[in-house]
Ligand binder design. Structure first.
Ligand code: MN3
Length: 202
C-alpha cells in the first residue's frame, strides 16, 4: 500500500495573514506531493514497502538517502499541516501546559527556545517540540527533512509540534525575514492537536 498525500485539512487561505494561500498551495500540492511520490518510488520493491512510516524512520540508517529525505518530508509535512489551524494560537492548557512549566520553565521560555531553534537552524530544516524516551518535553531542531524519530537523530523523541523553516515555507511572503515567519507561526498553532499528541506520547 503506497503512502497517500492527504488533502490539506483547511483551505489554502485559511492561515492568512500569517501564512499566505499561494505558499500553502505550492507547499502542499507541489513540495509535499513530491516527497510522497518520491518516497513511494524509493521503497517500491523493497522490504520497506510494507512498513509504517514510523518503522521506516526508526531504521533510516539502514535505508537509502532518498528514503531519508522523502520519508522525512512525507512525515514532517503531515504533522505540520495537522498542528496548524485557522483561529488558533493562544497558549496550551491542562497537562501539556503543566509539562511545559515543569520541563521547559514555562510558556514564555518555551517560545524563546523554540524560536531560537527555528532561527538558528542553518539552511533548511525543522524546529521541534518533542516527548523524549524519559517522558520529558524537549525543544530541538534537525537539518533538511530529518526528524527526531530517525535513529540517526542527535536528540530523539516523538514530535508533537514542528515548524518547517525551509525557505519554501515562507519566502513568498517573508523573503529573508525568517524570524517574522517564526513569530507568525504562534498565531496558527492548534494547541488542542498538540495536547492530544502529547497525551498519546505519554
Ligand atoms: Mn516544507
Amino acid at each position: 500500500m503506497a503512502f497517500q498525500l492527504q488533502p490539506l485539512p483547511y483551505a489554502f487561505n485559511a492561515l492568512e495573514p500569517h501564512i499566505d494561500a499561494r505558499t500553502m498551495e505550492i507547499h502542499h500540492d507541489k513540495h509535499h506531493a513530491a516527497y510522497t511520490t518520491n518516497l513511494n518510488n524509493a521503497i517500491a520493491g523493497t522490504e520497506w514497502e510494507s512498513k509504517t512510516i514510523e518503522e521506516i524512520l526508526a531504521n533510516i540508517s539502514k535505508i537509502t538517502p532518498a528514503v531519508r529525505n522523502n520519508g522525512g518530508g512525507f512525515y514532517n509535512h503531515n504533522l505540520f499541516w495537522e498542528v496548524m489551524a485557522p483561529n488558533a494560537g493562544g497558549t496550551p492548557s491542562g497537562d501539556l501546559a503543566a509539562a511545559i512549566d515543569r520541563d521547559l520553565g514555562g510558556f514564555d521560555k518555551f517560545k524563546e527556545m523554540f524560536s531560537a531553534a527555528a532561527a538558528t537552524r542553518f539552511g533548511s530544516g525543522w524546529a521541534w517540540l518533542i516527548v523524549t524516551a524519559d517522558k520529558k518535553l524537549a525543544v530541538t531542531s534537525t537539518p533538511n527533512q530529518d526528524n527526531t524519530l530517525m535513529d540517526i537523530a542527535d536528540v530523539k523523541g516523538t514530535p508533537i509540534l514542528g515548524l518547517d523553516v525551509w525557505e519554501h515555507a515562507y519566502y513568498l511572503n517573508y523573503q529573508n525575514r525568517r524570524p517574522d515567519y517564526i513569530g507568525a507561526f504562534y498565531n496558527v498553532i492548534n494547541w488542542d492537536v498538540v495536547a492530544a499528541k502529547f497525551a498519546s506520547a505519554m
